[in-house]
Design a protein around this ligand. Structure first.
Ligand code: HEC
Length: 156
């Protein structure tokens, strides 16, 4: 390989690395996190809707309870990072209330309750007691999702 060609090759590799670095630097922008948060919330809504149908007896797919419960509990673990400062109305169309950033201790507590309630559903689901499972699905919806929406999401 000529010195000239090798020079161009290295220059090209460096340019590629620089582009990757720029792309990484642009990630996790507030508007992108807002969109990601709403998609994650919609996913949670899907899982809860499926669980509610089982709890009400509309469908008999009781073996899906553990799968939905695990998914909700998994997503609950990093929920707080979906609310960086500046990702509320400043970042786009959002129903997040300023209280999220004004009362961080209360918000963290709401996340914690959600994590605990979803962990409990994972446990109860293993037991197979359908009445206890239905009761815990209700508690997760009311205290977990509802507990946070009550104080930190705009009423629609
Ligand atoms: C710790 C707080 C918190 C918890 C817990 C929580 N949410 Fe939310 N949720 C929010 C906030 C805040 C918004 C508004 C997001 C925005 O628009 O910025 C929201 C929005 C939503 C939305 C609308 C999303 C959209 O597309 O605009 C749905 C659906 C939803 N949540 C479902 C759930 C369900 C179901 C659960 C429980 C399994 C849950 N959430 C748990 C805070 C929470």
């Amino acid at each position: 390989m000529s010195r000239l060609r090798r020079g161009w090759l290295i220059a090209g590799m460096l340019a590629g690395a620089a582009m990757t670095a720029t792309a990484a630097g642009a990630a996790d922008e507030p508007a992108a996190v807002l969109k990601y948060r709403q998609n994650t919330m919609d996913a949670l809504g899907g899982h809860m809707g499926a669980l509610a149908a089982v709890a009400k007896g509309d469908v008999t797919f009781t073996d899906d309870v553990a799968v939905n419960a695990e998914a909700i509990h998994g997503l609950s673990q990093n929920l707080a990072r979906l609310f960086p400062a500046g990702s509320g109305k400043d970042a786009g169309k959002s129903a997040s209330l300023p209280a999220i950033w004004e009362k961080p201790a209360e918000f963290e507590q709401a996340v914690k309750v959600f994590q605990e309630q979803s962990a409990k559903l994972v446990e109860v689901a293993k037991g197979g007691d359908q009445a206890a499972i239905a009761a815990q699905i209700g508690a997760l919806g009311k205290d977990g999702c509802g507990g946070c929406h009550q104080n930190f999401r705009e009423k629609s």
